[in-house]
Every structure is written in C-alpha cells, then in structure tokens.
Design a protein around this ligand. Structure first.
Ligand code: 8YV
Length: 328
C-alpha cells in the first residue's frame, strides 16, 4: 500500500515524464497511441485523483459525476474544447493546459502549411512520384505569391501573433486580423497588423490563417457565405480545430475554384478525413502535427506533468485554466 495519490496517464508519454510522474504518484499507465474508449477511460479514472490526458480524451460532466475522487485534469494541449471546463469548475476540479511552449513550433508549421499550399508543394510531389513530370511550361505548377501579399489572421492569440510576426518580418506581408478583442496599439504596430471586421478580413486576405480556439460560437464560422467573400486567388489555412470550417462547403469552393487552395492540419471528424477533401488536387492535408517537434512535444508533456505534480502535492500549478478552484 502507498499513500501516493493515484493518477491515470491516459496516453503514451515520454519516458522521462513518466518517470517523474511515477516518482510522485501511483500511476495507472495506458501505454498506447490510441485513446481509451470512453467507457474504459471512465472506468480507469474512477478513484483517481488526477488525469494526464491529451487533446483527444473527452472530459464530460457525466464522466466527472462518475469519478468523484478526481481533483485535477491536465491536458497536454493548448486547446481544451474536449474538456467541459464549466462542469469541472462547478465540481472544484482543476484543469490545466500547455500554452506558450508550443507557440513557436505551431507558428512555424502554420507558415509552412501556408507556403506549401500557396506554392502547390504536395501537388508537385504527387505528380513527380506518379511519374507525371514530363515537360516544362511557363505556368507549370505555378502557384500564388506569398511575399508582399496580404496575410489575414482569424484569432490573434499567441500563435496568431507568432504567425503574424513571421509574415511581417520574414515575408514583408501586410497583416490584417480579426479577433474577439483588439490587440494593444503598440503590439499592432510591432506586428504591422491592422484590426479589421471579419468581412473585410475575408475580402482582403490573400492568405487566411485560422488560429482561433474552438467553441460553439466558432463552429462552422467559415462556411459557404464566408468562403463566397474570399478572393478566387486566396488560400485558406487551418491549424486550429476542424469544426471551425464547414468542410463540405470548403470542398465545393475548392472544386469550383472559388478559392485557390487550402492547407488543413485539422479535421472535424479526425482522424477520419472528409472524403470530399481527399480527391481534390488543390489541398495540402496533414494529420494534426502543427506542434509536432520532439522538443516541443517534450516541453508540452513536461508542463502537463508539472501541473499534475504541483496540483496534487500542494504546489502552485503553472498554467491553470480555472485558477478560481484553487482559492475556493
Ligand atoms: C496537440 C493541439 O498535438 O495543443 C493543441 O491544442 O491541438 C496539439 O498541439 C494535440 O491536441 C494532442 O494533445
């Protein structure tokens, strides 16, 4: 018998992180790449004080009610739309996420996806691998310009600002953005960013990057009417959550060339991908890897562990989402 708190580590974690957790806790470890089915997640969380999860395991009010011993949920992700935060707060369950440590690598990937999409990299590689590279023409695989064109950002949080910085300083791009709230004037000046309405953003962006958190309000906020406002030469990039975009409407707009191309790292039903997207030439599709560098993933896992250890050993969790439960 041990007096260490019991926790569930619900997905494979880096070895060093697991060892730190095992030093502090009685760890029930799901050493797998697939998420636990919801019923098994609930069964294994029962009686545990803490949960170390990723961006996939859903934490619902019903699950919380079935696991009354649970005091803290630490997700190894910055997004937390998979967690019912209000239900956690109402039950005094602390929730933590992993902001900041993934900002720069996610912005790198967002910009890379923009480049790959505008410059038709996947299409070119597919053609080459399929033996279709036979000739040269002046417009062979000619794409859209990136440098000097207008970069639009929907959702100007930490990652949005990091992408804006890359566009402004690296590629001489005028930046326009729309967000729930305006940035301070000096931050706008530093990023060369201009606040505009959502409609102006859609109309004026040459490359539009979605980096807003997912919520009921953000669900399908890019659908047919929004796509209709975009330039036929524009590209759309999504590194946020799939549910922000109406994928059927997007596939139609891409097929009819009402926008030029899209780069998507996230999908509404992932890991399932809408078949309408899979057959289009003018898309770059990646399997939700915007934060996937080893240093960043280690930092995210380490921060999730820091939060879990602090929360259950009387320390101060570094990145709480509902710090009010700590003072209750
Ligand atoms: C994660 C993410 O890879 O942080 C997020 O919100 O979407 C990604 O960085 C994913 O959620 C796994 O935890």
């Amino acid at each position: 018998l041990t007096d260490k708190p019991a926790v569930l580590v619900a997905r494979r974690a880096p070895e060093a992180v697991l060892q730190r957790l095992q030093a502090s806790f009685e760890v029930d470890y799901h050493d797998g790449e697939l998420p636990l089915p919801p019923a098994e997640l609930q069964a294994r969380l029962h009686g545990k004080a803490g949960a170390y999860i990723t961006g996939t395991e859903r934490i619902t009010a019903a699950l919380l009610d079935a696991c009354p011993a649970l005091r803290v949920v630490c997700t190894m992700s910055v997004g937390y739309n998979h967690i019912d935060l209000a239900a956690c707060t109402a039950r005094g369950v602390l929730v933590t996420n992993t902001p900041d440590v993934l900002t720069e690598s996610t912005a790198d990937f967002g910009f890379a996806l923009l480049m790959a999409t505008a410059r038709r990299m996947s299409e070119g590689e597919r053609l080459l691998r399929d033996g279709g590279w036979k000739s040269w023409a002046w417009d062979f695989l000619a794409g859209s310009e990136v440098h000097g064109t207008t970069l639009g950002i929907l959702g100007m949080g930490r990652i949005g600002q990091a992408i804006a910085r890359r566009g402004h300083f690296g590629f001489g791009m005028p930046v326009i953005y729309h967000n729930r709230s305006r940035l301070p004037v000096d931050t706008e000046a530093e990023l060369g960013a201009r606040y505009v309405s959502k409609e102006t953003l859609l109309r004026e962006a040459d490359h539009l990057v979605l980096v807003l958190p997912y919520s009921a309000e953000a669900h399908h906020c890019i659908a047919a009417p929004e796509l209709a406002l975009m330039k036929p030469t524009a590209t759309l990039v999504n590194v946020a959550r799939g549910g922000i975009v109406d994928e059927d409407a997007l596939a139609l707009a891409l097929r009819e060339r009402r926008i030029a191309a899209a780069g998507l790292d996230v999908f509404e039903g992932e890991p399932r991908v809408n078949p309408a997207l899979l057959t289009l030439p003018n898309v770059v599709l990646t399997p939700h890897i915007a934060s996937a560098t080893l240093p960043t993933r280690r930092a995210m896992a380490g921060l999730a562990a820091d939060n879990l250890i602090a929360a259950l050993t009387g320390g101060k969790p570094p990145t709480p989402l509902n710090p009010e439960v700590l003072s209750a």
